[in-house]
Design a protein around this ligand. Structure first.
Ligand SMILES: CC(C)(COP(=O)(O)OP(=O)(O)OC[C@H]1O[C@@H](n2cnc3c(N)ncnc32)[C@H](O)[C@@H]1OP(=O)(O)O)[C@@H](O)C(=O)NCCC(=O)NCCS
Length: 315
């Protein structure tokens, strides 16, 4: 490793730098995303320094010892091509030793590096965007304070707004997210995502401006969806559902809360119901991403029931 390059653990004090680097590359996360990543994995988030100044970041997120994610791999444009990205990635892999499968959602720039370190392609996905969401029809009967604010203008955590009451859409009952729901949805979510991630869902729900659960007539959970603020657009996800009817209804309900605002939405290309809906709602593709893995991919999940990712940095 170049003697000018030094890697160390990320601390709370690094978050302003980390978020400024995120802004340089134009990604959509906010400080609360960094805070969540660091709170979840304080021994697994890293900063690269070049000659004593911070120039790069990377995070890891472990789901038991089965699967882990590498995310937020960022190197300042002035310091690229010097081995900083490779060193950060190697440090992440070292800290995740013992994990059966390590995954990430690669940008085209990152893919070149990951292939060199042995990552294989799993499946493609696409980041879709709309600058002004235009949805027609009656607004579902859910409270929606966050829809009146732009993501940039609203504060990070104080705008938590969950639906005030239940509503019926066809045979589905939509209701507000409850604090116990991360555990209740675990059987559904782990089948879709691949492994349980209850604690991460609890944290994401706390940071979401809208969070809803759908159940069938017998009260069985058949889907859930979250939506939170980003720095450039509202971020739709994660959304998982056991039927396309539930997935589509959850998404229509969530996006109704933010009509008129920019929204980003990451969708596995294989989820045809979500791809049809995103086109119908007038989104356009922003960039391709590629889910990649290294190790033993024993728990791939079900991309056809994954309607919206949680974030490319955590799956
Ligand atoms: C991707 C990124 C982190 C790479 O950082 P970096 O410090 O420039 O990477 P390195 O200098 O360590 O290069 C690592 C290897 O990847 C190769 N590589 C890096 N970028 C490449 C590119 N655009 N095309 C081809 N190869 C590339 C290098 O040749 C190098 O190979 P080597 O180690 O065999 O010599 C950086 O470009 C970046 O921050 N991009 C924007 C954010 C992003 O897309 N991050 C990835 C998220 S998945």
């Amino acid at each position: 490793m170049n003697p000018l390059l030094h890697l160390r653990l990320m601390t709370e004090g690094d978050l302003p730098f980390a978020d400024s680097l995120r802004a340089v590359v134009g990604w959509n996360q906010k400080p609360h995303d960094w805070q969540r990543l660091l709170a979840y994995e304080p021994q697994g988030c890293f900063v690269a320094e070049w000659n004593g100044s911070p120039v790069g970041t990377a995070t890891t997120t472990r789901y038991a010892n089965e699967v882990a994610w590498i995310g937020m791999l960022l190197v300042h444009p002035d310091h690229r091509g010097r081995g900083v990205g490779r060193a950060l990635l190697e440090r992440c892999l070292q800290s995740l030793r013992g994990t059966r499968c390590i995954k990430l959602d690669a940008t085209p720039l990152g893919k070149e590096l990951y292939v060199k370190l042995g990552f294989q392609a799993e499946w493609p996905l696409t980041r879709w965007e709309t600058q002004c969401l235009d949805v027609h029809g009656d607004s579902p009967a859910l409270a929606a304070e966050a829809g009146g604010q732009s993501p940039a203008a609203a504060g990070p955590l104080e705008t938590v707004c969950h639906p005030a009451s239940s509503t019926f859409q066809g045979g589905l009952r939509l209701r507000p997210w409850k604090v116990t729901d991360a555990s209740r949805i675990e059987p559904l979510d782990s089948g879709v995502f691949g492994v349980p991630r209850t604690r991460m869902l609890e944290l994401l729900a706390t940071q979401s401006s809208n969070a809803i659960v759908s159940t069938d007539e017998a009260g069985r959970v058949n889907g859930y969806g979250l939506l939170r603020q980003g720095s450039r657009a509202f971020y739709l996800g994660p959304v998982a559902a056991s039927s396309s009817e539930a997935g589509v209804t959850l998404i229509r309900t969530l996006v109704h809360q933010v009509k008129g605002h920019p929204v980003f939405w990451d969708i596995p290309d294989a989820n045809q119901a979500a791809v049809s809906l995103v086109k119908e709602l007038g989104f356009t593709p922003q960039r391709p991403l590629l889910r990649m893995f290294i190790g033993n991919n024993e728990h791939p999940g079900n991309q056809e029931r994954y309607y919206a990712l949680a974030d490319p940095s955590i799956g």
